[in-house]
Design a protein around this ligand. Structure first.
Ligand SMILES: Cc1cc2nc3c(=O)[nH]c(=O)nc-3n(C[C@H](O)[C@H](O)[C@H](O)COP(=O)(O)OP(=O)(O)OC[C@H]3O[C@@H](n4cnc5c(N)ncnc54)[C@H](O)[C@@H]3O)c2cc1C
Length: 253
């Protein structure tokens, strides 16, 4: 049975659809939630007749310190939790483990950060970028970390509103470069950005950024295949093993 002392009740606020199986979920917590940007929350449902709660980890896309929590989620049709998340009506209650955890956070020993994501794997980078933007605006931080964010999807609409948000940061700041890339352009004739999977365009943009490698950290998040390939690319480019960080969302069967 769930020890409810270790959990907070979340209220489902809204779902914003980017595609049939991709959406942003917004929840409200009873009190501001603190965590380190990049970490994940464990959320889910507790059915009164089930012997085990149905909980899964999700990277928090929102910045810390707010009662509003945002997650970028893909529905896995054969999965247990995600089809049920899509059935939620505003006002529904979910549970979240109070401790937000994970080691996929900014490597603050380094100043330059190359971040690769497949679709929903951009969530941790959104939290990190939003947090840095607030810290710069409030004067809590004066020297920004430098980010290069590569974000891949099959089609451009799957990049969601994060495409616009990261494009705006790319245009309006001197600390974030955003490279969205689409691997099925024939299904997306209006797309005029980068073509291919993240791992196909990663080396080109890493080299073009000219980040000093001894001060650069690399991050890979989302699909396990991209992660394995991108890690090889980072290693061949000369990054050390301890400078390469990963968050695999699932294991391929
Ligand atoms: C640290 C961490 C953070 C995560 N953050 C996110 C996030 O921000 N957004 C998000 O959408 N997911 C995220 N995930 C994946 C998430 O926890 C669930 O595994 C996923 O939502 C499926 O849950 P489910 O109960 O519907 O399916 P399950 O019943 O758990 O899984 C069914 C099967 O589908 C596989 N599977 C899980 N995810 C996928 C996928 N995306 N594509 C194909 N097969 C898959 C599983 O390995 C399993 O074999 C994260 C996972 C980890 C470990």
């Amino acid at each position: 049975m769930l020890d409810l002392d270790q959990y907070s009740a979340l209220t489902f606020v809204e779902r914003i659809d980017f595609a049939e199986d991709l959406a942003v979920f917004r929840f409200r917590a009873p009190a501001p939630v603190d965590f380190t940007p990049g970490q994940y929350a464990t959320i889910g449902l507790v059915d009164s007749d089930a012997d085990r709660p149905l909980l899964r980890p999700y990277s928090v896309a929102s910045a810390p310190g707010s009662t509003d929590l945002e997650f970028f989620i893909e529905r896995v049709d054969e999965g247990d939790l995600t089809p049920r998340l899509w059935e939620l009506e505003p006002g529904a209650e979910l549970w979240m483990r109070k401790k937000i955890v994970g080691r996929f956070v900014l490597d603050t020993d380094r100043h330059y950060h190359v971040m690769a994501a497949t679709v929903t794997g951009v969530g941790p980078y959104i939290s990190i970028a939003r947090h840095q933007q607030r810290a710069l605006q409030s004067g809590k931080r004066s020297t920004p970390h430098q980010f290069l964010v590569l974000h891949g999807a099959s089609r451009s609409w799957e990049l969601g509103t994060y495409h616009d948000e990261l494009s705006a940061l790319d245009r309006e700041t001197d600390w974030l470069s955003y490279v969205p890339t689409v691997s099925r352009p024939w299904e997306d004739p209006d797309w005029n950005g980068e073509l291919g999977r993240v791992e196909d365009v990663l080396r080109k943009h890493l080299d073009a950024a000219s980040f000093p490698l001894d001060q650069t950290a690399a991050y890979t998040c989302g699909h396990p295949q991209m992660i394995d390939k991108a890690q090889g690319i980072f290693e061949r480019a000369g990054l050390s093993e301890e400078a390469i960080h990963e968050e695999k969302y699932f294991v391929e069967r």
